[in-house]
Design a protein around this ligand. Structure first.
Ligand SMILES: [Zn+2]
Ligand SMILES: [Zn+2]
Ligand SMILES: [Zn+2]
Ligand SMILES: [Zn+2]
Length: 203
């Protein structure tokens, strides 16, 4: 199904979850639930996919649905109940998580998530799972050279910015020169017509 986070977690004791909270398209608890004009609720991803790719009607009562613009977000209490459902992280197997804490867990805690070295900003190419990081950092060649590499990288970035500024300046000057050349041409043309007129008068 379209619920893109589904593979990252499993529900704890799924059979005990209230059937009122289940989407009848994916048979899982709602993710970002929306209601149809006929007051049926589905995951936003599920019903959007259904209406766009399958039928322009409600999967439960068959009432016509013209487009996904007719959906409305469900009330906050229902969303809160769903956010507090107990889950287990599929990446590391940790339980005791709630659905809304998964992102934070993956980004900051999950020991089996792939992370990069803190020295990525000074070009260390190392990536690995988070719980291997403490072994890498003490032996990281880039980190050990940070005091040397760091300033060089900053200087290099400054030079790049300067080069870009110069380039814009150069463009501006070229533009100005072009305009001046046009003006000069116009003036010389005028002058030559004037002087031609004069020479006719002189004769
Ligand atoms: Zn669904
Ligand atoms: Zn319906
Ligand atoms: Zn995890
Ligand atoms: Zn490193």
């Amino acid at each position: 199904m379209v619920n893109n986070n589904h593979h990252k977690y499993e529900y704890v004791d799924e059979p005990s979850i209230d059937t009122e909270l289940m989407c009848s398209i994916c048979n899982k608890p709602f993710v970002e639930p929306v209601s149809t004009p006929c007051d049926h609720t589905f995951c936003s991803g599920c019903i959007t996919h259904w209406v766009e790719k399958k039928r322009k009607s409600c999967p439960i009562c068959r009432l016509q649905i013209k487009s996904s613009e007719e959906f409305t977000k469900v009330s906050r209490p229902l969303r809160n109940i769903l956010d507090r459902l107990q889950i287990k992280c599929s990446t590391c197997g940790q339980t005791g998580l709630t659905r809304d804490s998964l992102d934070d867990h993956l980004k900051k805690i999950c020991p089996k998530m792939t992370v990069s070295c803190p020295g990525a900003d000074i070009k260390c190419p190392w990536t690995g799972v988070r719980d291997e990081l403490p072994q890498h950092v003490p032996i990281c060649k880039f980190e050990s050279l940070r005091s040397l590499i760091g300033p060089l990288i900053i200087e290099n970035e400054q030079l790049n910015t300067q080069r870009e500024q110069w380039w814009t300046e150069k463009q501006k000057l070229a533009e100005q020169r072009k305009k001046q050349n046009i003006q000069i041409n116009e003036l010389t043309n005028k002058l030559s017509t004037i002087s031609e007129g004069k020479s006719i008068e002189d004769n």
